[in-house]
Design a protein around this ligand. Sequence first.
Ligand code: NAD
Length: 564
Amino acid sequence: MKPKINHSGLALPVKGVDWLHNPIFNKGTAFTDAEREVLGLRGLLPPHVHTMDEQVMRVMANFRSKSSDLERYVQMVSLQDRNETLFYRVVTQYLEEMLPIIYTPTVGKACQEYGYIFRRSRGFYISSEDRGRMAQILRNWPVPDVRVIVVTDGERILGLGDLGAYGMGIPVGKLSLYTACAGINPLQCLPITIDVGTENETLLKDPLYTGLRQKRLRGAEYDALIEEFVAAVEAVFPGVLIQFEDFGNHNAFRLLERYRTRTCTFNDDIQGTGAVALAGVLSSLRLSGGNLADQRVLFFGAGEAGLGIADQIAAVLEAEGLPLAEARQRCWFVDSKGLIVAGRDQLTANKLPYAHAHAPCADLLSAVKAIKPTMLIGVSGQGRTFTKEIVQTLAQYSPRPLVFALSNPTSKAECTAEEAYTWTDGRAVFASGSPFAPVTLAGKTHVPGQGNNVYIFPGVGLGVVATGARRVTDAMFIRAARTLASLVRENELAEGRVYPALTRIHEVSLAIAVAVAEEIYAAKLATVPRPADLAAHVKSHMFQPEYPDYCPHGIPQMNLAGVR
Ligand code: NAD
């Protein structure tokens, strides 16, 4: 069945050429003869009508002929700017090939080069100059029915640091994944960058930099700006889900605590990462046969990702009956100053629960020797820091040592898949943030897991949108993680995978959305009455990247008011 025309309140094009220049409505060479006739497109397109499959073929031929990933990124963004439906069809159909381009690792390079590859503005910018009139400015966004916002202030882009306004690549990319993986309607997605300045001197001196030329706003002024932003968003798009992304960690934790009980929001770097890593840990236990309570987990890096993961591991152990303080004893942290132990100087409030009584250790190797972990999780942003000696020491303490090198992009991974498998004679259970190719060792092929947040946040978002949830809770993420771990098949586990193959992402996102929706109803956080068939209800919210027929029976369907 052809999809209905979904314009979500957008004004329809008037003249023929406007249909071609509007990425929401454009079908390019796939406009049918009848549509060309009635919409005034005759002569504006080459005569042959192509099918969507033929258009996909053309895009992929171009994509594969490019000589660099950055060129592929530019090609895909340009396609998104010209024809969104075709963009989502390609990304959905070739997700494994597309993911490293439209998201990590290539999106990192794209953000660094944003001013150079900039062609057309995408997303919405709010700057510190807009104080006092944010709601008014947000109404410039052409679509009134926005359901999901991803917002960054560009301070900590992936593991690449402060990229200021260049960070826009992240919300744009994340929202593309909401659509490609969970079918959130692209018209209901809004990427936002809050430009409060940057500390990045190179960017401040660069004539092509697209952001404000000022040092970052800090302190009370910054907080007031974010407060106005959240209030404005709630006023203009009531009930919208706000995902905070790639904020510096001193702001990320504070903002999450401030807003999580007041509005529908979550922080993907903390909670999404927590859930995806927890799922990997739970699946690894299916491989090793161990219990979570018997593990000693050592984190390298005590930021948003590390603390987010530890909090979820502790929450699961608490749910299994361990007192919280005891549950936290299973998690240890090494940061830039060594092992985090009780009494160490200058520990932030988030690190304190994990500062256990122990003698100090200056570096990771001595911490591994002292703690004897069964699991080592790298979230430090420091590439190649899991040395052979560290990994081999770890491997003494467990028959299936877990090695997660989660730092992004690839150059920042704490070790490679090949290193982890080779140094442990194939015993390691490995996952990374950026993708690594399978490794064959002594005739056995090991498939590394990619602990990509894309397994979690699109499904959580779909569950929230389908139920009109008022809040996002940690319980929803734990439910999502358990669901994800349960979806890894035996044959996938046998290859060493701790996540389902990415080709299953739609099935995975739908299952997670339904589980999250169950949690939302159980917690009485839904605003949509519970439907009789929850799975069918959630599925009905999934956008299909197919062209609508603008002229069924050769008659223009121009009166679209109210159609959704
Ligand atoms: P963050 O800035 O909040 O934390 C980084 C932590 O690393 C800090 O605690 C810092 O003290 C520590 N650190 C820095 N240098 C160190 C050193 N030399 N030795 C030990 N510790 C050191 O950043 P974050 O949000 O926690 O992200 C960290 C990394 O994890 C990034 O590279 C990010 O891309 C990656 N990440 C991966 C995933 C995923 O794979 N799904 C998700 C989120 C983040």
